[in-house]
Design a binder for this molecule. Structure first.
Ligand SMILES: CC(C)(COP(=O)(O)OP(=O)(O)OC[C@H]1O[C@@H](n2cnc3c(N)ncnc32)[C@H](O)[C@@H]1OP(=O)(O)O)[C@@H](O)C(=O)NCCC(=O)NCCS
Length: 187
């Protein structure tokens, strides 16, 4: 994300069906753009913060969602992944492709030792995605998150670095930087 595509992601975030299982902030567009502008421009696992990528269908250039990595304490050498796809574009493998690409990129360009993920127990598509990619379910954390103002239990998942590298010892897919035309914006 950069300040150039922040407004596009903000529009994507206004779609219905993204907040059932997770807390997506409801900033104004201006506030969201301001926050994105303060973030580092490139992923760096030694910087605490949230790194985010807008997902765009290559053929149509239409924005469909996002993936993120949140680095909490750099000393832990761990980051937490997040992902969302607008309802109309689900079931085509986009989230799987995006998460796979992001993990390969993050582990190839940093010394992160693990990628973590979490979701509410009822989020079956998200759990299937994590399991398909080889994440290990570690435990349930009671009231580990807040969704729509209520504390909810979450299932924690873990991907140790070595596990990913062993299972995906193929060439790293390219992370393409694209400039979005104004017309390619979500409703
Ligand atoms: C979870 C979520 C990101 C999944 O997005 P998605 O793009 O539909 O996920 P995928 O398409 O990669 O996988 C879903 C299905 O598509 C199928 N699929 C179709 N084509 C595929 C392909 N080429 N490659 C991989 N999977 C494919 C998969 O088999 C999968 O089916 P299954 O789960 O029944 O096995 C989406 O449901 C979402 O955004 N939910 C709301 C936000 C959310 O909950 N985010 C996660 C918070 S923890």
């Amino acid at each position: 994300m950069t300040k150039l595509n922040a407004a596009t992601l903000w529009r994507v975030m206004q779609n219905n069906g993204l907040r059932e299982f997770q807390d997506v902030p409801r900033h104004t567009r201006e506030e969201f753009e301001r926050r994105v502008a303060t973030r580092p421009k490139h992923f760096n696992a030694r910087i605490i913060g949230r790194f985010e990528w807008l997902l765009v269908v290559a053929a149509t250039r239409s924005p469909i969602g996002w993936v993120s990595l949140r680095v909490g304490e750099p000393g832990r050498r761990a980051a937490e992944i997040g992902y969302s796809i607008i309802a109309a574009q689900r079931g085509f493998g986009y989230a799987t492709e995006a998460v796979r690409t992001l993990l390969s990129h993050a582990l190839a360009t940093s010394d992160l030792q693990r990628i973590e993920a979490c979701c509410v127990p009822g989020n079956v598509p998200s759990r299937r995605l994590l399991e398909r990619l080889g994440f290990i379910e570690s435990r349930v954390q009671r009231h580990g998150a807040v969704v729509r103002g209520r504390p909810v239990d979450i299932v924690l998942y873990d991907m140790p670095r070595e596990r990913w590298l062993t299972a995906h010892s193929v060439a790293e897919p390219a992370v393409e930087r694209v400039a979005l035309p104004e017309s390619a914006q979500a409703n």
